[in-house]
Design a protein around this ligand. Structure first.
Ligand SMILES: *Cc1c(COP(=O)(O)O)cnc(C)c1O
Length: 358
């Protein structure tokens, strides 16, 4: 029996995608070869890469001046690669400190130029998304984290900015439509909402390129990826293939509007239960609640029941519900591929537990 997979990442993928990927690994299109054995420069992989790029552009409605790159090193490598490509020594980049990943991005950017941290919710354990900060028009870009995977907060609106936005969308990428035009760079590790670990998508607006004067190793220069269709070196063919299958699935399922509709429906069911169940409570400001990572804890007087409920979820085929150590309690990651039925199963279990204990 397939488990209910609430893991934060690597995370759930559509079951049809996993089946097709398994077939491709065994024998790609009846060729008598595994996809894993095919040249990254052969006609088969070239077709996969072309389809992945065109689906990405179509689904996100990207104008022609945006280029899709497939990179390695995880989203964490974009923490240094973005400032390395965009920020000269002496120039300033603006950052928002909304969680652990944001603070890691800040740390790396400091190696390459000046960093102005416009706001931080760190003192309150990142339980909300700060608002009302002033964005300096002299800064080179403003870095955002659209969804804070660990804390369960999400930017439901992006700030209006006089400078290009650079955004880590790792954990809510492709979960909702948005206007790409304020963004100079969008990046996302595949393993949350797109595919297996091992590839990171970065989408760059052309005018962001070639604006720094430092010496750049080829593999750290975005232009190398743009100019070579991400095939300057051996691209991570399998993660790209599976990502392409997920993009096909998103398109077939109705695109980003459908992803958003389903995400809202899943999140609503779960947050409603958290708010009405006497045993549980949410951990973040309601207005900033994530539709992808839902964090919750036991009410104080029921704290002793936490491990009992955790065991109960496991007995009921649910995995990945343990909250990150910096928040504790529970975290249900309910990405694009999560069926509503899995969320309902969790909610039913919470209700049953409350009936017995409250
Ligand atoms: C998971 C995650 C990362 C780190 O991704 P890696 O691919 O492991 O480097 C960065 N940012 C966010 C928002 C994440 O959720």
């Amino acid at each position: 029996m397939k488990k209910h997979n609430f893991s934060a990442g690597p995370a759930i993928l559509p079951s049809t995608v996993i089946k097709e990927a398994a077939r491709a690994v065994a024998n790609y299109q009846g060729m008598g070869l595994s996809l894993l054995e095919l040249s990254h420069r052969g006609p088969e992989f070239t077709a996969i890469m072309d389809e992945a790029n065109s689906l990405m552009k179509e689904i996100l409605e990207l104008p022609d001046n945006y280029k899709v790159m497939w990179l390695t090193g995880g989203a964490s490598s974009q923490f240094y690669m973005a400032p390395f490509n965009f920020l000269n020594q002496g120039e300033t980049a603006a950052y928002t400190d909304t969680g652990t990943w944001a603070s890691k991005a800040i740390k790396e950017a400091k190696n390459f130029g000046n960093v102005s941290v416009l706001c931080s919710s760190k003192d309150e354990n990142y339980t909300f998304i700060p608002r009302g900060y002033r964005i300096p028009s002299t800064a080179k870009y403003l870095h955002l984290t659209s969804n804070n995977t660990i804390y369960g907060t999400q930017m439901h609106k992006f700030p209006k900015s006089p400078i290009p936005l650079v955004c880590d969308m790792s954990s809510d990428f492709l979960s909702r439509p948005f206007d790409p035009s304020p963004f100079g760079l969008i990046y996302a590790g595949a393993q949350k909402n797109l595919g297996p670990a091992g590839v990171t998508v970065a989408i760059v607006r052309e005018d962001m390129l070639g604006t720094v004067d430092r010496v750049m190793p080829s593999m750290l220069d975005y232009r190398t990826f743009v100019n070579n269709n991400s095939l300057y070196n051996t691209a991570p063919v399998f993660p790209i293939y599976v990502s392409m299958l997920t993009l096909r699935w998103i398109k077939k399922s109705g695109g980003l509007k459908a992803m958003q509709r389903k995400a809202r429906a899943r999140a609503r069911v779960l947050y409603n239960e958290i708010d009405s169940n006497p045993l549980f409570k949410g951990t973040v400001a309601k207005s900033d609640r994530s539709q992808m990572n839902v964090c919750f804890v036991m009410e104080e007087k029921y704290a002793a029941l936490e491990s009992e409920f955790m065991s109960l979820t496991k007995e009921n085929g649910m995995v990945g519900l343990k909250g990150h150590r910096s928040v504790g309690g529970f975290r249900a990651s309910i990405y694009n591929a999560m069926p509503k039925s899995s969320v309902v199963a969790l909610v039913d279990l919470m209700q049953e537990f409350a009936k017995r204990k409250a």
